[in-house]
Design a binder for this molecule. Sequence first.
Ligand SMILES: NC(=O)c1ccc[n+]([C@@H]2O[C@H](COP(=O)([O-])OP(=O)(O)OC[C@H]3O[C@@H](n4cnc5c(N)ncnc54)[C@H](OP(=O)(O)O)[C@@H]3O)[C@@H](O)[C@H]2O)c1
Length: 352
Amino acid sequence: MSQKKYRVIQWATGTVGSAALKHFITNPAIELVGVYVTNPDKAGKDAGDLVGLPPTGVLASDDFEAMIALEADCVLYAPAQGPSLIDTACRLLATGKNVVSPAGPFLPNTWFPDVAERIEAACREGNSSFHGCGVHPGFSGDILPLTLARLMSHVDKVEVTEIIDKVRNPMIYTEMAGFGLDPQELLANPRRSPETYKAFYSSMDMLAKGLGKAIEKVTVKFEVAKARHDIKHLYGEVKEGTVGGQHYEWTAWADGKPLIVYNFFWQLGDSAEALDPLWEEGESCYRVRMHGEPPMEVKLMGMPEADGRRPFHGLPWTGIVGATAVPAVCDAAPGVVSHIDLGVVQLPGIAG
Ligand SMILES: NC(=O)c1ccc[n+]([C@@H]2O[C@H](COP(=O)([O-])OP(=O)(O)OC[C@H]3O[C@@H](n4cnc5c(N)ncnc54)[C@H](OP(=O)(O)O)[C@@H]3O)[C@@H](O)[C@H]2O)c1
């Protein structure tokens, strides 16, 4: 059976972009036509070499203007955050390429009307579509609980919790995120701004609307845990008594009650010997607790590895959830498209 091919450019090959690139190289429904890199050491290399796969004949390029001009059906846009993020996304859209973006923004979102208008205008100019994607925001706090709610007759509250052990899942930004600081200093000046929930608001809003509710307000809480002893991680060491854990909690209220709670527990380790307090035991995961009738709990985590422990695939999931949306976004009507617009996406080339 002949299969429609979607011509795709992979834009940036960090952790998220590399997971998407692997998917594009191996999916027969996709034709990889370009790979944009900023790192000069990667420019000129075959796309396959960049992700440990056989040669593809497509060479990575750092020629920005050539990549903007290249013809393609879609761009998986996964650059680092930066001041030109929206400008470049708009240029790609205006040239007629659909854009699937884990880098944000996660539209539609009432908090950023100017950005929304710029993206919509670029879509109109290029007759193209834009889809913001990711594991969270973009999956764990919206389409996943909405799907789970299909198995319930009544929903009281939805709790979506990200638990990441940053020792086992090292993050280059560990120090920048405030680990190792004096707890009072971080509490007074959290590295994740109290406004950050606005970037996740489209997820909360989509979920609330899907449950037939309107969000009245979002309340924010932040607390820290102390390291009980010096804790080594891949990028350094956190001293005893300094910040070893962080908990962000954002609660969306409807009808005067909490309806949706997003929790983020970032911890250096997962034992009570290491952290005071230890909020969450157990391995890194996304956990969705659906309170209501019947109540349920679902955890997203990897399969056990050789040591019996489960890996956390948050960054690869972010690339793949975008990559698997590419055919649906290419086939969608022009404009900003959310999960609701895409419906149940078809997944050509994924099985077998
Ligand atoms: N929604 C979600 O759930 C979610 C989750 C995680 C991350 N994200 C977002 O996804 C994006 C990619 O994350 P990541 O973990 O893959 O990041 P990363 O590993 O740091 O990779 C980002 C890549 O961007 C390119 N780059 C570097 N400096 C740049 C610059 N100044 N301007 C433009 N591009 C630059 C580089 O690509 P080359 O190496 O190819 O040169 C780099 O490898 C980020 O914007 C992040 O915020 C979203």
